[in-house]
Design a protein around this ligand. Sequence first.
Ligand SMILES: *Cc1c(COP(=O)(O)O)cnc(C)c1O
Length: 361
Amino acid sequence: MSAAPAPQPGIMEIELYQGGASKVDGVTDVVKLSSNENPHGPSPAAMAAAQAAVAEMNRYPNTDHASLRAAIADVHGGLDPDRIVCSVGSDEIIHLLCQCFAGPGDEVLHTHHGFLMYAISARAAGAAPVSAPERDRRVDVDALLDAATERTRLVFIANPANPTGTLLGGQDLVRLADGLPEGCLLVLDGAYAEFAEEFDGGLTLAGTRANVFVTRTFSKMYGLGGMRVGWGYGSRDVIDVLNRVRGPFNLSNIALAAAEAAVRDRDFVEMCSADNAAQRARLRAGLAALDIPSDPSEANFVLARFADEAEAADCDAFLKSRGVIVRHPRSYGLPHCLRMSVGDAAGTGRLLDALVAWRAG
Ligand SMILES: *Cc1c(COP(=O)(O)O)cnc(C)c1O
């Protein structure tokens, strides 16, 4: 047998992405708080639209996503729909940005605890991922500006960030965007922007600067993680580049219909947002009462800090034995932490009860 051909440089350095666990052996009734999913499910309107679109499965979907882009533009205060691109989750946009703007010899900058997909997509494009330090689990603008070189093509920050839940404010974002070298695109990953109060996810900044690009997703607030829809907003030039490379039929009829109905269902978003804020405050207060510190979170999860990795692992195992699945973010350089998605009232109650029982030993 002849040898399999070698892949492009960089690809074998990619570590396989691990999704959040969803099962515990021997426990049937689990509450999954490991993937930042919407505990209220998708909106009923999105489910109905997806069901109606099933009958059109024989037809190719449209390639320009005009109707979904118009809905997104509307709901976000009248964006220019021609500056929006729709994708298979925001992961596809992250991937396309790396493929289109970075290659061998180039650097892709991210923050120390940044989302793992940035480094994966950079390597897949043959570029080198570069990590800049954070300060107290927050994006450090000066560290990013120091780390940016003439080779830097892309700078990714998630805002609010995952897995830390912290938010970089408007003035800092402007300073970062204006301080980066020429020829470098700042990507603001807004996967959790809907959960942050009084924050537009960087849309205004991207609206006025050609070196800023925003990515958004239907996977978190909209409860469509399984449907795989995301979108990006940036200058027409960047959108044009991405549209040349993305698959023309990247989104199915069903996904397009579900996403459009979801983005228009503002009552559902308001309900989810209010409940997330309430349960998030309850979770942080419950953690604090057990002397488990956490940073204020602007997202739909809380990063709980333990004394060390062993204590975090012990708590994680105990929670699992009670059917509560959270995320131990070792691969994010946070081995002493557990990232806990905010559940509904019942899920949060179960998590807090289990934490109390763990503390009691
Ligand atoms: C969940 C998440 C995404 C969303 O990925 P999709 O491909 O849209 O499901 C993007 N960025 C960050 C930081 C995330 O946590």
